[in-house]
Design a protein around this ligand. Structure first.
Ligand SMILES: Nc1ncnc2c1ncn2[C@@H]1O[C@H](COP(=O)(O)OP(=O)(O)O)[C@@H](O)[C@H]1O
Ligand SMILES: [Mg+2]
Length: 141
């Protein structure tokens, strides 16, 4: 099923993430797609804030591949921005991140082709400078 929401500001996208945190649970793998500056990280900050984390402390995951947050339950934030090809992505030790007791949030998830089972895919499209169309493609909502 696909559902869409229009966000009119960064704050609204953050709030959507905050609400989204209520329907996510450990074991879920969520993919975020959208170009640079789409709002993937803002959405993830909203999710983390919703799980009790002070999102001002969320760092860019681009340089570490994966950042783990101990919130209500462990949340792994993965950013595949720097990964160019599928070969490289296969070298990531996915088994060490994906687990039934962790929520996994993956930016640039379109680079992961078919070997991860996503619970939810979120696709963010630019409409204008401050507007984004956020599409949810899911098995769980
Ligand atoms: N409606 C919106 N939702 C999210 N971000 C927005 C929106 N409008 C403008 N922005 C801006 O777009 C940028 C999104 O940044 P970020 O979340 O880091 O993008 P990404 O992780 O997708 O590269 C921020 O600078 C933010 O202020
Ligand atoms: Mg980002």
């Amino acid at each position: 099923m696909i559902r869409e929401i229009i966000s009119h500001s960064e704050e609204e996208t953050f709030e959507i993430g905050n609400n989204l945190s209520k329907i996510l649970s450990p074991g879920d793998v969520v993919g975020f797609k959208g170009g640079l500056g789409a709002g993937k990280t803002i959405l993830i900050k909203g999710i983390l804030e919703g799980l009790g984390y002070d999102s001002r402390n969320v760092v860019s995951a681009s340089f570490v591949i994966a950042q783990e947050y101990k919130v209500k339950y462990p949340v792994v934030h993965i950013d595949l921005y720097r990964f160019e090809n599928n070969e490289e992505i296969h070298y990531i030790d996915w088994d060490s991140y994906v687990s039934l007791d962790k929520l996994v949030l993956i930016e640039w998830s379109e680079k992961v082709k078919d070997f991860l089972n996503f619970s939810l895919k979120i696709d963010i499209n630019f409409i204008s400078q401050n507007e984004r169309e956020i599409k949810f493609d899911t098995k769980i909502i």
